[in-house]
Design a protein around this ligand. Sequence first.
Ligand code: SF4
Ligand code: SF4
Length: 333
Amino acid sequence: MKKTVAFSKNATNVFFHILTHCNLKCIHCYINKKQHGKNTLPIETINAWLEVFASKNKEPNVIFLGGEPTLHPDLPGAVNKAKSLGYSSITIDTNGYLFHNILAKVSPDVIDYFSFSLDGATQKTNDMIRGKGSFDACIQGIKNAVLKGFSTSLIYTVSTKNIHELDKIELLLKDLKIDRFFIQVIGIRGKSTESRQGKLQVPQKDWLRIVPDAAQKIARLGIIVTYPKVFLSLEEPFECAGLVADNYFIFPNGRVYRCPLCEDYPLHSLVFKDNVLAKTPRINENDFFALNIPEGCVMNKLFQPGNLSYNPKGIPKYQIACCMLKEEIRKTQ
Ligand code: SF4
Ligand code: SF4
C-alpha cells in the first residue's frame, strides 16, 4: 500500500546535530563547518535544548545526528534525558562505526531505531562515496545492532553515483533484517556544492524510472519503504513544511533552521542564546516560505535550480515538492 505522508501537524520533530565532527569524509556530506561550527555540545547544553522542545504542546520526536553522533561520549546521557522528558520516539543516525560501545550503553526499550547510512549495494560503490572500509563497518554495525535486539533502518542517498545499485540492495536488506528503508534525495549542500564531485543530482526521468519501482519491490519483502516525492505535476497541491509542520534542524553553534535546504546559509529563523530559543532578525527563511511560485519549493529554485525544467514558453514542466514530503509503502497482507 502506497500513501503520501502529509506533514504531521501534531508532532514536533527535532533533528539534533550534537556535534559536526565525523570519522568519514563522504563526497556528499551536507555538514558545512563554516555554517554549522566545529564544536561538540556539552551534555548540559544538549539537555537544556531538549527541554525546550519537550515543553512544546505537541508530541516530540528526536533524531540524534552529527557529524557522527556516536563519537559524542555523552550520547547515552542525551538519550536518557530525551526519554525522561517524554520524547515519543528516539532515533540515532549513524554511519555504522558505533563508537564508544554505544550498543552496550543504550537499550532497545528506549531507542526506536538505529538508522544506518549506506550508499551502495556493493562495497565498491559505497566506499567510493563514503570512504574505504565504510561498507564493511556499516554492515558489521547493523549485524551487531540486530543481535542486541535493536530495530534498524537504512538510509540510501540516491545520486548519479549509486542510482544504478538501488534495485540490487533488496537482498542485503533482507539478509540484514532491516525494518525500514529510507531513500533520500541528494541535496546540493555542504560538499555536494563542490564542482569536482560532478553532477550528483539525478534527473527527473531517471528518478521516476527507477526509484518508485525499486521501492515497491523492496516493500514486498515486508520492509517499510519511504522516499521523497520530489516531483509534483503542476496540478498537484503544493505545501511548504516551513508553514505547516513543526520541524527543527539544530546545529551545535546554536543555529536552528525550519528548512533543511537553507542550512548552507545564515538564514536560520531561530537561534539558541543562553539556552533560550530566540527569533532571528529578518531577512530569514520564514520570509520565503509563503512565496507562491509555479515551480513549487522556493528554496529549491534559489539554491538548486538545476533540477527544474521549462517548456519553450517559460512555464515549468513540473513542481518540486517540499523535501519533507514523502511516499511510504507498506506491504499489504
Ligand atoms: S557519515 Fe554523515 S557526517 Fe560523516 S562524512 Fe558522511 S555524510 Fe558527513
Ligand atoms: S524544502 Fe521548500 S517547501 Fe520544504 S520547508 Fe523548505 S522551502 Fe518549504
